[in-house]
Design a protein around this ligand. Structure first.
Ligand SMILES: *Cc1c(COP(=O)(O)O)cnc(C)c1O
Length: 363
């Protein structure tokens, strides 16, 4: 493998520290699912999984069975959990590979039951409860009892997901969830894991942690929460190097449509990263990179593979100099949070759109 100029540096040490902090916050009676869907929010699921497992993640959570199967190839024994819907045709594969599934229909319970019977094991599932998000799950008690009485099914858990509109509406969801759990428990069905909290609610609402929290964002150092219940740090830096420097005169344009025009004589640095590396095209002309500790505005339209920055104010700037694309927000670097704000998206989107092309370097 050759390491190009545009690279993503990931600190496994900081990732481990973040998980330690989250586990300490949760306490020993609350399990922690480390969510690594979408290639570990862009950080590389396969590469970060060992650190998460070593630091005591109780589950690795992904969105789809195909992601779980990729992890299963490398991690034969790891507890893997699919948070999303699994199509009927994949249910047998899930049982064969000991992957814990999210289900909410008796129809799927029956298919799983048959597959499990053939393999002489139990299908491990968590029941997904609809509490108001209106995306996945059921709030039909009859359906849930139907699933629970299906043979060869081990309902290890029961869970729901919050809309996070505000504390009041989240509490309505929690109450609806607990009412259903209590009704099932009253009939003798108990669950090892009852869970409803993602990163934000796990940090801000201690009473929502129940038996397990499902954390993605906070493990990657994203602070979308309000309280100071946990101390985490960003684990990713993206950088590149200046390919070319050219002095352009006042009045000259730069890039497609010559959209940007120099208002002064300008030193322009060409950088080998673009929207195909996962950088939002919308940030062309609206953001900056950091060269020698100085913020350098991006100028012109963001191209697929390249862009241009104004480095006029950087002393001694040279071709080959490092330009920080995303940093931790200190030393004039653009944090993921600030990039999200500028691109009018959220922090998770900035992370998970990081493309495959820039090489990941784990340190
Ligand atoms: C992605 C996901 C999470 C993790 O969300 P974060 O905000 O990144 O912590 C938790 N639960 C479900 C169901 C998810 O899909």
């Amino acid at each position: 493998m050759i390491i190009g100029d545009t690279s993503i540096h990931i600190s496994l040490k900081k990732l481990g520290e973040n998980l330690d902090a989250v586990r300490k916050m949760a306490g020993k009676n609350v399990a922690v699912m480390a969510v690594v869907k979408a290639n570990g929010y862009g950080h590389g699921a396969k590469e970060i999984a060992p650190t998460l497992l070593e630091h005591g993640a109780d589950y690795l959570g992904v969105a789809r069975l195909e992601e779980a199967m990729q992890l299963r190839e490398s991690f034969l024994k790891a507890p893997l959990f699919v948070l999303g819907f699994t199509p009927d045709r994949f249910l047998q594969t899930a049982v064969e590979n000991d992957i814990t599934l999210t289900i909410f229909s008796a129809h799927q319970a029956r298919i799983l039951s048959e597959a499990a019977n053939k393999l002489n094991k139990k299908a491990v599932v968590h029941l997904k409860i609809e509490t108001g998000f209106n995306r996945l799950g059921t709030d039909s008690i009859d359906e849930l009892f139907e699933i629970l009485k299906t043979p060869n099914i081990y309902a290890e858990g029961i869970y729901s997901h919050l809309a996070l509109k505000d504390r009041a509406s989240d509490e309505v969801q929690l109450e609806k969830f607990m009412n259903i759990v209590n009704e099932l428990e009253a009939k003798g069905h108990t669950f090892r894991y009852r869970h409803i909290a993602d990163s934000i609610s796990a940090v801000d609402y201690p009473d929502f942690r129940l038996d397990m929290i499902r954390t993605g964002a906070v493990l990657y150092g994203m602070k979308g929460f309000e309280s100071d219940n946990v101390e985490v740090q960003p684990i990713m830096t993206m950088q590149t190097r200046i390919s070319r420097i050219r002095c352009i005169s006042k009045g000259e344009g730069v890039g497609y449509d010559l959209e940007w025009t120099a208002e002064r004589d300008t030193v322009a640095a060409t950088l080998p990263f673009g929207y195909a590396d996962g950088y939002p095209r919308a940030l062309g002309g609206k953001s900056y990179v950091t060269v020698r500790g100085k913020k350098c505005p991006l100028i012109g339209i963001m191209c697929m593979d390249q862009c241009v920055a104004d480095v006029t104010d950087v002393d001694d700037v040279k071709e080959g100099d490092i330009a920080i694309i995303y940093g931790d927000g200190t030393q004039n670097t653009l944090s993921v949070a600030e990039a999200a704000q500028k691109a009018q998206c959220n922090k998770n989107e900035i992370l998970c759109r990081l493309a495959a092309r820039p090489v990941r370097i784990y340190e």
